[in-house]
Design a protein around this ligand. Structure first.
Ligand SMILES: [Zn+2]
Length: 1019
C-alpha cells in the first residue's frame, strides 16, 4: 500500500481521433502522478481535460463561463434551478435525491464571479457514471419551471396569508442565502474590493446576487441566460481519477449527441489599467449595543498581471507569500507591530480566481482616521523591501511552501481533484494553458534559475507590480449600528410602495400564487418519477469497513500509534497530551495556550525567527483540542443487542440512566508535517516549542489574542448554526461543554474580557499559561501518532526519541475534571438579517444499540422532512439535523433562516412525523445507500492517521465499526420507526434551544415562547 504509484501509461496519442473527439495534447506530470489528456469534441467544440491517475475517487465537473450582466444573481439562481430537474428526470428536486441516495463523496455547484461549476465525485464506478449522467442532463437540458424560479430565486408573499392588508414580503432561497452573505463583514469587504478594482468588467457585478437587485430579475431573463451560456460550445469538462480516458470519451459522446457548435460570446474583457490610485468607503452591520471602537477594517488592493501569464502570477504568489505569508513577512510584521490595528485583514493575500490577479493587504480592528497612515506604512514598507531586498530565507521558505503544498495529497472537505481543478481554471478559463499551474517542480526550477540570474528578482517584482502600479485601491470599511435598520426600512418602504400601486386583484393574485407554490412544494414526486433516477441497490454496497493500518508501538517508553500509508514523501507527527484532569478554571485557557505556544518565540529565537524556521522546514505546525465520549463498555450490551435483539433491550428510562454514566476523554494535540529530508529539524522545532517556549513577549501575546478574538468573532455569522449548536449542547455532555468553552461564545467572551484590560490582566493570564505548560507537557500524558510510509515512520521514530529525552517526566494524569452543566434556552443577539435556530438533545454513543438506526434516521430527516419544510417551503438556505455520537448529541439546525418560531414548530412536527409515518421501501433503500456513503467519505493520509488516533482515544474498535455498519445495512422500516419512538420520546426531556438572531427577533420570540430564551449579546 505504501509503494509509490507512477503516472499511468499513455493510452491515446496527440492528434488521435476517437469517439467524436480529437486529442490535442498528452502530458505526464510525475510529481502528482498524473497523465493529462486535453481534448476537444469536434462537433460542438466542447473542451475536455482528463487527469488520469490511480485515485479511485473520480471527479466529474462541468463548467461554463458565465459573466454576470448585473447584480440580480442570474448565474447563482440558475445554478440552484438547473439542478431541480430536466425532461428526462422531471423531479421537483433531483439534486436532493442524488444527495441522499447515492454514494457521492462530493456533490455541489459553485457560482464564481465569472464561471459556474457543477462537480460530482464517487469512489464507485457505476455510481460515478449514474451521477455524471444525471448531472449532465440537468445542466444541459433543465426544465427551469416557473415554480422553481420562484422558490429558489424570489417571489412575493403576504406576511400573513390570511390578511390581504398585511405587508408584502419577498421570499426565495438564494434571496435569503445572499441576505446572510450581506450580513457578513468579510463578504462585504471582499465584494467592495472586487467590484471597485474592476469597475469596467463583469466583476463590478455580484454574480451571487445583491438582495436589493434579486427581486428585479424576470423569469424570461433567467431562461435567456441559460440559452446563451449553457451550451457545450461554452463548456469545460474537468475529469480526474482512475477511470480510463476512452471510457469518458464514450460516455461524453453519448451525452453530447444532439448538440451542435454555436457561437457564444462569453469572453471576459480585461480591466483597463488606471493611472491614479483610488479610494472607496463602505460600511457593514454591527449590533446596536456594540462599541464602534476598533471595528473598522482598512485594505489596500492592487490589480496585478493577467492570470494567463502564469510565470508572472507565480512570481507574484511567491512575492506575496514572502511579504505576508508568515509572521516573519516584512509587510505583515510592519503592520502588526505598528499597533495601527489589531490583526491582519481577513482579505489579505493573492486572488487568482479572476482574469487579472489581485493582491490585498490591510488591518482589522482599526479606526477610519488611521486609513491614511496604514496606506503610508504599507507603501513605505514595500519601498524599503524594494531597496534593501528580502531576507533570503524568507524566499526559500516560501518556495518550500509551494513545493510542499504542491506535493501533499490533500483531501479535506473537498476531493483532491477539486484542488487540482482550481489550479487548472486559473489559466484555462481565460484561454490559457490548463496545465500551466500543475507542474510545480518545473515551475520552481524556472523561478530559481531566474533568481540566480537576477538576485533582485523579487525586489523588481515589488517595484513593478506594487510601487510603480497606480491601479491601487484604498478601501475603508466602517461599522454601522443602523445598517440593518436602514435596510429594513428602505425595504419596507419599497414593498409598501409596490403594494400601494397594485390593484386589489393583484394582491389577491400574489396570495393565490404563493398558495399555489406552497401546494406545488408540498406534493411529493410520484414513485414512477423517482424511478427514473438510476439507483444503486443496497446489495451492491461494500459490507466491510475499511480499516486504517494502526500498529501500537512504544517509543522511549511512550505509547505510540503508527500508520503506514503512501504519503508522497511527507511525514506527519502528532503529540497528544491528556488534559482530562485540567482544573475547571484553566480549561477555557487551553485554546489560548495552543495559539500562543505555536506562534511565539522559543529556544532563544524571537517569534519572527521561529516563523521563518517553521516555513523553511515544515509544511505546517499547530495545535488543536479534541474531546469526546468514550465508547460505552460498562453495560457490555452494545454488541449483543445490535446483532441479536436489536432495539428491544431496555425501556427508554433504563436508556437514560446509561447515558448519565458516560465517560469522556480530552486531548491537546500538537501536530507537525514535513518532507522526509526535514523530519529531524521539524521535530526539533516541536521540541523547542514544548520545552523552551518563551512567553515573555507581551506585545506579541496581545497581538495573537487579538487575532484569535477577531477570527472567532468573524466566524459567527458564516457558521451561526454551529455556534447555536454549541450554545445549546453545552449542558448535555462534558465533551459538548468543552466544545462550547473552547470554540463557542464562551471562548469569545473570555477573549473579549481579556483584551478589554490586557494591561491589568496580562500577568495573571501569563501565570495561568505557565501553570498549564508545566502541567501538560510531560511524558506521562503523552501518546505519539506517526503517519508516513515505512521510511518516514523510521525517520520519525528516531527523531522523536530525542524529543522525548527533552520532555520532563512526572505529573501523572489525575481524576477527570467535570464541569457543572447548567441547561437553559439561550438567545444570542447578532447583527444579521437571518436567524440560526438550534435545538439539541442528548443522544447515545456509537456502541449503543440505537446508534446505527439513529444515524440513518437523522439522514432521512435531514434530506426529507426538514429539507422540505425549512428550506423548500420556509425559504431558509439550510435546514438539517445532525447525530453526533462522538459528543453524544442530536441537533436540529437551521441556517440563514428567515423564520424562528415556525422553525421550532417544524422541529416538533418532524419528530411526530418520524414516529407516526413508516418509511417506504424505496426511501429506505436510498437512505441506507446515502448513510453508507456518509460513512465512507474518503480521507487524505493525514486525515486517516488522525482519525485512527481519535478512534483509539474514543475506544472505538474496527469490530464496533463493523457492527455499526451492519446495523446501517440491515436496518428495516419498522426499526427506524421504533427508534424514533424509543429515542425521541425520552430525549425530548433533555432538549435545549439556542437561537442566534437579531435582538428584536429574540425579544419578539420571547413574547410567545413558553420557555423564554435568556438573551445575551455577542461579545
Ligand atoms: Zn446558493
Amino acid at each position: 500500500m505504501t509503494q509509490a504509484p507512477t503516472c499511468p501509461a499513455f493510452t491515446l496519442l496527440p492528434e488521435e481521433r476517437r469517439h467524436g473527439f480529437i486529442v490535442r495534447r498528452v502530458e505526464q506530470i510525475p510529481e502528482i502522478r498524473v497523465t493529462a489528456y486535453e481534448m476537444e469534441h469536434e462537433r460542438t467544440g466542447a473542451r475536455v481535460l482528463h487527469l488520469h491517475c490511480d485515485d479511485r475517487e473520480n471527479l466529474y465537473a462541468i463548467a461554463f463561463r458565465t459573466p454576470p450582466p448585473d447584480s440580480t444573481g442570474l448565474p447563482h439562481i440558475l445554478e440552484h434551478c438547473v439542478l431541480a430537474g430536466s425532461e428526462r428526470y422531471p423531479l421537483k428536486d433531483a439534486f436532493n435525491e442524488l444527495l441522499k441516495g447515492t454514494l457521492q463523496t462530493f456533490i455541489n455547484a459553485f457560482t464564481y464571479p465569472d464561471k459556474t461549476i457543477y462537480p460530482v465525485a464517487s469512489q464507485v464506478r457505476a455510481d460515478y457514471f449514474n451521477l455524471a449522467r444525471v448531472y449532465t442532463d440537468l445542466v444541459l437540458r433543465p426544465r427551469l419551471l416557473k415554480q422553481t424560479f420562484a422558490q429558489e430565486g424570489h417571489h412575493f408573499e403576504l406576511a400573513d396569508p390570511e390578511d390581504p392588508g398585511s405587508d408584502l414580503i419577498i421570499s426565495g432561497i438564494v434571496y435569503n442565502e445572499m441576505k446572510g452573505a450581506y450580513s457578513s463583514p468579510e463578504s462585504l469587504m471582499y465584494k467592495v474590493l472586487q467590484e471597485k478594482l474592476y469597475p469596467d468588467t463583469p466583476y463590478a457585478c455580484d454574480s451571487g446576487g445583491s438582495p436589493d437587485a434579486i427581486p428585479s430579475l424576470t423569469y424570461d431573463q433567467f431562461k435567456a441566460f441559460h440559452r446563451s451560456y449553457y451550451s457545450p460550445s461554452n463548456a469545460y469538462w474537468f475529469l480526474y481519477g482512475d477511470i480510463p480516458t476512452a471510457d469518458h470519451m464514450i460516455f461524453l459522446e453519448e451525452m453530447l449527441a444532439g448538440f451542435d457548435r454555436v457561437r457564444v460570446d462569453s469572453g471576459i474583457a480585461s480591466q483597463p489599467r488606471w493611472d491614479t490610485p483610488s479610494i472607496v468607503r463602505g460600511d457593514y452591520p454591527v449590533g446596536k449595543g456594540e462599541g464602534l471602537q476598533k471595528k473598522t477594517t482598512v485594505n489596500v488592493g492592487w490589480m496585478l498581471s493577467e492570470n494567463t501569464d502564469h510565470e508572472t502570477a507565480l512570481l507574484l504568489q511567491i512575492t506575496a507569500g514572502a511579504l505576508v505569508g508568515s509572521a516573519a513577512g516584512p509587510l505583515r510584521k510592519a503592520l502588526i507591530d505598528s499597533g495601527l490595528g489589531e490583526d491582519l485583514s481577513p482579505v489579505t493575500g493573492l486572488e487568482r480566481d479572476l482574469k487579472q490577479v489581485a493582491f490585498a493587504v490591510g488591518l482589522r480592528g482599526t479606526e477610519p482616521e488611521k486609513a491614511q497612515p496604514i496606506e503610508t506604512l504599507i507603501i513605505d514598507t514595500l519601498r524599503r523591501v524594494a531597496e534593501d531586498g528580502f531576507d533570503r530565507e524568507l524566499i526559500e521558505g516560501t518556495l518550500h511552501q509551494v513545493e510542499f503544498h504542491g506535493k501533499e495529497i490533500q483531501r479535506g472537505a473537498f476531493p483532491y481533484g477539486i484542488t487540482l481543478m482550481g489550479r487548472v481554471f486559473h489559466t484555462w478559463l481565460y484561454d490559457g494553458d490548463p496545465l500551466a499551474g500543475l507542474n510545480f517542480p518545473r515551475l520552481i526550477e524556472a523561478v530559481r534559475i531566474r533568481w540566480a540570474e537576477n538576485p533582485a528578482l523579487f525586489q523588481d517584482t515589488v517595484r513593478k507590480w506594487f510601487l510603480d502600479n497606480p491601479h491601487r485601491l484604498l478601501s475603508v470599511m466602517e461599522p454601522s449600528p443602523d445598517y440593518l435598520d436602514k435596510q429594513e426600512s428602505s425595504f419596507k418602504n419599497r414593498m409598501s410602495g409596490i403594494k400601494a400601486t397594485l390593484p386589489a386583484d393583484a394582491v389577491e393574485e400574489i396570495r393565490r400564487d404563493a398558495e399555489a407554490l406552497k401546494s406545488f412544494q408540498a406534493q411529493a414526486d410520484g414513485p414512477e418519477t423517482l424511478a427514473c433516477l438510476p439507483q444503486l441497490n443496497v446489495l451492491d454496497l461494500e459490507r466491510t469497513v475499511e480499516k486504517i493500518p494502526t500498529e501500537r508501538l512504544g517509543i522511549g517508553g511512550i505509547p505510540a500509534l503508527a500508520h503506514e500509508l503512501f504519503t508522497n514523501g511527507i511525514a506527519y507527527l502528532d503529540l497528544a497530551f491528556d488534559i482530562s484532569d485540567i482544573p475547571e478554571d484553566l480549561q477555557p485557557c487551553l485554546p489560548l495556550l495552543g495559539k500562543v505556544m505555536a506562534n511565539m518565540g522559543a529556544a532563544g529565537l524571537d517569534y519572527a525567527q521561529m516563523a521563518k524556521r517553521i516555513a523553511l522546514k515544515t509544511g505546517g505546525f499547530g495545535s488543536n483540542l479534541s474531546a469526546g465520549l468514550l465508547a460505552d463498555r460498562e453495560t457490555g450490551s452494545g454488541r449483543e443487542a445490535a446483532t441479536a435483539r436489536p432495539l428491544s433491550l431496555s425501556s427508554p428510562q433504563e436508556g437514560w440512566k446509561r447515558f448519565s454514566k458516560e465517560k469522556h476523554w480530552q486531548k491537546m494535540i500538537f501536530s507537525v508535517r514535513a518532507l522526509h529530508r526535514n523530519i529531524g529539524e521539524a521535530v526539533n522545532i516541536m521540541a523547542d516549542v514544548l520545552t523552551a517556549g518563551d512567553l515573555s513577549d507581551e506585545s506579541r501575546m496581545r497581538d495573537l489574542l487579538a487575532e484569535k478574538k477577531n477570527r472567532l468573532h468573524a466566524a459567527v455569522i458564516p457558521s451561526g448554526h454551529l455556534f447555536a449548536k454549541r450554545s445549546a449542547g453545552a449542558s448535555l455532555s462534558v465533551a459538548a461543554c468543552r466544545d462550547e468553552q473552547w470554540s463557542g461564545r464562551t471562548q469569545l467572551q473570555l477573549l473579549a474580557e481579556l483584551m478589554e484590560a490586557f494591561g491589568d490582566r496580562k500577568e495573571a493570564f501569563r501565570d495561568k499559561l505557565i501553570r498549564l505548560k508545566d502541567l501538560i507537557f510531560r511524558r506521562e500524558r503523552l501518546t505519539l501518532n506517526l503517519t508516513a510510509d515505512a521510511e518516514g515512520i523510521g525517520l520519525l521514530g528516531k527523531a522523536t526519541e530525542s524529543l522525548l529525552s527533552r520532555l520532563p517526566g512526572g505529573g501523572p494524569v489525575g481524576l477527570a475534571s467535570v464541569p457543572e452543566l447548567q441547561s437553559r434556552d439561550a438567545g444570542v443577539a447578532i447583527p444579521a438579517q437571518v436567524c440560526y435556530v438550534a435545538k439539541v438533545m442528548k443522544a447515545p454513543t456509537y456502541t449503543d444499540p440505537l446508534a446505527a438506526s439513529l444515524w440513518v434516521l437523522s439522514r432521512q430527516l435531514s434530506s426529507g422532512y426538514l429539507y422540505k419544510h425549512i428550506r423548500v417551503q420556509g425559504g431558509a438556505y439550510g435546514g438539517m439535523c445532525q447525530y453526533d455520537p462522538m459528543n453524544g448529541l442530536f441537533a436540529f439546525l437551521s441556517y440563514r433562516d428567515p423564520h424562528l418560531l415556525s422553525t421550532l414548530d417544524v422541529y416538533r412536527r418532524a419528530v411526530d412525523f418520524m414516529t407516526k409515518e413508516k418509511i417506504s421501501a424505496e426511501d429506505l433503500e436510498k437512505a441506507v445507500v446515502g448513510a453508507i456513503g456518509s460513512l465512507d467519505r474518503p480521507m487524505d493520509p493525514v486525515g486517516r492517521g488522525f482519525t485512527a488516533m481519535i478512534r483509539v482515544f474514543a475506544g472505538l474498535t474496527d469490530d464496533d465499526r463493523q457492527i455499526f455498519r451492519d446495523g446501517v445495512l440491515n436496518v428495516t422500516a419498522d426499526q427506524l420507526q421504533e427508534t424514533a419512538v424509543r429515542y425521541f420520546t425520552p430525549a425530548a426531556a433533555t432538549a435545549v434551544v439556542a437561537v442566534y438572531a437579531a435582538e428584536e427577533r429574540l425579544i419578539r420570540a420571547n413574547e410567545t415562547l413558553p420557555s423564554k430564551l435568556t438573551i445575551e449579546r455577542l461579545p
